[in-house]
Write a protein that binds this ligand. Structure first.
Ligand SMILES: *Cc1c(COP(=O)(O)O)cnc(C)c1O
Length: 415
């Protein structure tokens, strides 16, 4: 679909130049050049992100916000500067709407705990059948505490949401719709704009799990008109241990604190504590300062790239991988949605995904095998696990060809 775009010279993408920004990609694994195809689990970090961490610990390490000395001022400036980079990247209105947390998982847990405190027995939260466990289990924990009811949008065999079922799931007690922007198990990009519109017609706020969307799509929270947006730094070419919750200011203002401690208070006495304003009220304790600065640098790096070129390259990789893998005897692709992020989940007759993963590893090919923290998806397709090759803008066509060839070999060896 994107081939026409890329055959024009302006759409060319210099993958070899970009790969030089990621020294980790240059290594050999078991005597073969590494082909890193596990980007949906975590992405590699460009040199500039590693340098930002190194610089912080070499020169600026200090706690943020409370200090009056030079290092504290530099650390605070860079930490809050990273928050501004995140705001710009997703086009939030204000940095008051950007909460730093450990990742997508913690961001969704924050909403379930804090927004969830306003829910009563019998209130309803709508999820979908393609959610990551991070967008299922926090709601089940809330259900145990409060007696809320969970409703689930089903999926179709091609791996898309069955949106005909959605209108029937809204009711007078619906309090939130929480769904993934893009599925980590299937690759499906959900039509979130129209889903958000439908939810808002019922005055239901929407939380998007953006862990798989931010590395591949332009995300504009104002254009989407979503109410919460969660993502992880480490899947966006940034460090582990840092992630983001975007929340519409009006909603965050009305939510009680998530955790208590330092940083999130204004005054404390044993009789009464008053809380800090947004976003600090949701950031109890010393944050991952270096991680936030590293994420800010990752965003600056992404902004320096030809994003249209990167996305077109990824679309071509996905087309190429789909075509090559489909042609491997006995292989079945799980998840054939029209709109996908660049990942291919698959099973092979008579071959267990873990055995497959081992054979591929011996050829330097890094893919993931398992349930991808989406066991309801596995149940739907009646498979215990899939193998998943997930790509980023630094992957090459040659790596895909090596994967397809290794899969043919694995089939001969194992089936
Ligand atoms: C990875 C992922 C998560 C969880 O992210 P963490 O970084 O582990 O907190 C949630 N949802 C989706 C769709 C993911 O891919």
């Amino acid at each position: 679909m994107s081939a026409a775009v890329l055959s024009t010279p302006t759409g060319s993408w210099d993958v070899e130049r970009v790969r030089r920004d990621f020294p980790v990609l240059g290594q050999q694994v078991h005597g073969h050049p590494l082909a890193y195809l596990d980007n949906a689990a975590t992405t590699q970090k460009p040199q500039t992100v590693v340098e930002a961490l190194d610089h912080y610990y070499h020169h600026d390490n200090s706690n943020v916000h409370r200090g009056v000395h030079a290092l504290a001022e530099r650390a605070t400036r860079d930490f809050e500067g990273a928050r501004e980079s995140v705001r710009r990247f997703i086009n939030a209105r204000s940095t008051r709407e950007i909460v730093f947390l450990r990742g997508t998982t913690e961001a969704i847990n924050l909403v379930a705990s804090s927004f969830g405190q306003g829910l009563r027995e019998g209130d309803e939260v709508i999820l979908t059948a393609m959610e990551h466990h991070a967008n299922i289990v926090p709601w089940q924990l809330l259900r145990e505490r409060t007696g809320i009811v969970l409703r689930v949008v089903p999926i179709t065999p091609s791996g898309e949401l069955d949106l005909d079922a959605l209108p029937g799931l809204f009711g007078p007690r619906t309090r939130l719709l929480a769904l993934t922007h893009a599925s980590n198990a299937l690759g499906t990009i959900n039509p979130v704009e129209s889903i958000i519109k439908a939810a808002h017609e019922h005055e239901v706020p929407v939380l998007l799990d953006g862990a798989q969307a931010v590395p591949h799509l332009r995300v504009d929270v104002q254009a989407l008109d979503c109410d919460f947006y969660a993502f992880s730094g480490h899947k966006l070419f940034g460090p582990t241990g840092i992630g983001v919750l975007y929340g519409r200011e009006r909603l965050l203002e009305a939510m009680p604190p998530y955790q208590g401690g330092g940083e999130m208070i204004r005054t404390v006495s044993f009789e009464k504590t008053t809380f800090a304003g947004l976003p600090h009220r949701f950031e109890a304790g010393t944050p991952d300062i270096a991680g936030a600065i590293g994420l800010g640098r990752a965003i600056e790096y992404l902004e320096s790239l030809d994003w249209e070129g990167a996305m077109a390259h990824e679309a071509r990789l996905l087309d190429h991988a789909t075509e090559r893998l489909q042609a491997v005897p006995g292989l079945r692709i799980i998840g054939q949605a029209h709109e996908k992020v660049p990942l291919v989940s698959f099973v092979m007759d008579d071959v267990h995904p873990h055995d497959m993963g081992t054979i591929l590893d011996h050829r330097g090919l890094a893919v993931r095998a398992g349930h991808h923290c989406a066991m309801p998806v596995m149940t739907f397709y009646r498979v215990p696990a899939t193998s998943r090759a997930s790509m980023a803008f630094y992957n090459t066509f040659d790596e895909i060809d090596r994967l397809a060839e290794a899969l043919r070999y694995a089939r001969e060896m194992l089936a």
